[in-house]
Design a protein around this ligand. Structure first.
Ligand code: NIG
Ligand code: FE
Length: 430
């Protein structure tokens, strides 16, 4: 596939009288990522029909019934490329002000992430910058990051708060996340992460901060319809399992699903806690134990692997991928896009790192950013697969095989995306 039509659509043979599909995607191989037993759920020489926002038909072009293909409103010619579900980045912190490039240099000189955090830097330094930014400034500062993800085939992105750590700024971050989704026509799932770090003004009053989070922040975010889930950072430099459990109780009281930053820097009982609350996900998991993995499997909690943070922090303790597989835990992959531990703006780079650093197969990595990521956001069946009935969120790639999405480093073979049935061109740079 070399070139799609100028505006991403081609209006051949427009005969709307026949009531055909709104969009027909032809001349593509399809990695449906549906759980068919076939690698990548492949349909070679495929065709996809879309009506409105939904996929109505997927199959081999030679088998397409006449009435499915006739009279299409628009035709997207894939020119022999590969069509996949739009990518889902199910763990990001992409709304923030400032950068932490200075800390990057400190780490290169030998200071650890934990030591920087304990000295008052780390998350707290981004909190200071974010608190002073207006809603508009935060939007403007964050927009390019979301555009970068979208240009790499991302059609659904989760965005966490967690750099406000006070009522106003936490809610402001969530509003910015909502605005960015509307502005760029990308589906955004918003997560409250007020339990990300202890803010400086609560330095010696942990209980009082947790009272604020559990009593006010969760309630306000829920009442203003700003939040789809609640997350917490369960770690020595953040909150204990008992403290995170308090936050989870508040979430449950507002009927909000929970997720957890678990066992990233030390074995801290995070996976077990996530499982106890049937969390949607337990994320990071570098130090998760075998018992923790077993608990995740029993709870149906997805393991979200974040190789960008592992790479950036120069970690050497890999998450227990074999145990996750053995116990049958669903594995997702995400960028963890954030200013401190993972300034990664490419989902394809996260997939490459998941393969090279954690030993996932390219198919597992792509599944981790499609089918396996959807349930983390409560969107199973809606996005993450190319199947009839699912939302027409798709990505078209200039590759000869879907394994190439994990293989190239620093390339972007994304040629177009379809979001809710709408085609958008992207200038891939393969
Ligand atoms: O997922 N682990 C905690 N939170 C982020 C890092 C946030 C930061 O350093 O700013 C993460 O890696
Ligand atoms: Fe994170």
């Amino acid at each position: 596939m070399r070139k799609i039509c100028q505006d991403g659509r081609r209006e051949d043979d427009l005969n709307r009288e026949t009531g055909g599909p709104d969009l027909l995607i032809r001349n593509v191989h399809v990695a449906t990522m549906a759980d068919t037993g076939e690698a990548y759920g492949v349909v070679r020489d495929g065709l996809v029909a879309v009506a409105g926002r939904r996929i109505t038909w997927v199959g081999a072009a030679r088998a397409v019934p006449r009435e499915v293909a006739a009279g299409a409103g628009h035709i997207l010619d894939g020119e022999g490329g590969w069509l996949t579900p739009g990518l889902i980045d199910c763990h990001t912190h992409l709304v923030f002000a400032g950068t932490r490039a200075g800390e990057f240099e400190m780490r290169l000189r030998g200071m650890t992430y934990e030591a920087i955090a304990r000295a008052g830097g780390g998350i707290r330094s981004t909190v200071a910058a974010t608190r002073t930014a207006t809603e508009e400034q935060l939007c403007d500062a964050s927009e390019w990051r979301m555009k970068a993800l979208a240009a790499h085939g991302v059609t659904t992105v989760e965005i966490k708060s967690g750099y406000g750590l006070d009522v106003d700024t936490e809610l402001r971050m969530l509003r910015v996340a909502r605005t960015l989704g509307e502005r760029l026509a990308v589906r955004v799932s918003r997560t409250l992460l007020a339990a990300h770090a202890l803010p400086p003004e609560y330095q010696d009053r942990r209980e009082a901060y947790l009272d604020l989070v559990c009593g006010t922040v969760v309630a306000r975010a829920a009442a203003e319809n700003l939040v789809h889930a609640v997350d917490a950072f369960c770690e020595g430099i953040a909150f204990t399992p008992a403290e995170c459990a308090r936050v989870f109780d508040a979430a449950v009281a507002h009927r909000l699903p929970v997720r957890l930053h678990a066992d990233q820097l030390s074995p801290f009982g995070g996976a077990e806690l996530a499982a106890r609350y049937r969390a949607r996900s337990a994320d990071h998991l570098e130090y998760a134990t075998d018992a923790g993995c077993r608990a995740l499997a029993a709870a149906g909690t997805t393991a979200v692997l974040l190789p960008g943070a592992y790479y950036t922090l120069g970690e050497s303790h890999r998450p227990p991928v074999d145990a996750l597989r053995r116990h049958g835990v669903r594995i997702a992959v995400a960028t963890d896009l954030n200013p401190g531990s993972s300034p990664v703006t490419s989902p394809l780079l996260a997939m490459n790192m998941a393969c090279v650093l954690f030993g996932l197969t390219p198919e597992e990595a792509l599944a981790g950013m499609t089918r396996q990521a959807a349930p983390v956001l409560g969107l199973e069946g809606e996005v993450g697969v190319v199947s009839p009935g699912a939302c027409a969120d798709l990505a078209l790639w200039d590759v000869d095989h879907p394994s190439e999405l994990s293989y190239w480093i620093g390339a972007n073979p994304c040629r177009a995306v379809v979001r809710g049935g709408e085609v958008h061109d992207h200038p891939g740079t393969r």
